[in-house]
Design a protein around this ligand. Structure first.
Ligand code: DQA
Length: 143
């Protein structure tokens, strides 16, 4: 069977995980989350690549260059503002799962609006880093 290829995209300020508002985002650093995902991907025989950027244009360029079967994206603050990143995912016809570490529906009102959810395969919000693992598990068993 061909190896599935999954791209993981982390949006702005997620490079600060571990020190950033641990009451919302927990104590794991982005490096620790990424190693957990690399290990799980190995177990599932999935090929992954991981990208983080604080820049909207770099995220768009990354999406335009994707050749993976599936994407797992935490657009972070761009969730609530970026028509441009949404448009790049739609233009690329890429299947993606939207992830949030925190439960965005239990926070400020502006976080309830996402420019991504209606074009995502699914959203996972509030499971912390386990949300990324759940997304990988789902992709593993999907067609
Ligand atoms: C976030 C939630 C967003 O509202 C916030 O701007 C983030 C992180 C999350 O993972 O819970 O930066 O996407």
């Amino acid at each position: 069977m061909l190896k599935k290829r999954v791209s993981i995209i982390h949006g702005p300020n997620l490079n600060l995980l571990g020190k950033r508002e641990p009451e919302h985002y927990g104590n794991m650093t982005l490096e620790e989350i990424n190693s957990m995902l690399i290990n799980r991907a190995k177990e599932l025989n999935i090929e992954i690549d991981i990208f983080q950027s604080n820049s909207e244009s770099e995220i768009i360029d990354k999406i335009q260059s994707l050749s993976s079967d599936f994407t797992i994206i935490n657009p972070a603050a761009f969730t609530h503002s970026s028509v441009a990143i949404r448009d790049s995912l739609v233009a690329k016809k890429i299947k993606f799962i939207e992830i949030h570490l925190s439960n965005v529906f239990a926070r400020e009102a502006f976080r309830k609006n996402s420019f991504f959810s209606d074009v995502a395969v699914a959203i996972i919000s509030g499971l912390g880093p386990e949300g990324y693992v759940a997304a990988l598990n789902y992709i593993n068993q999907s067609e």
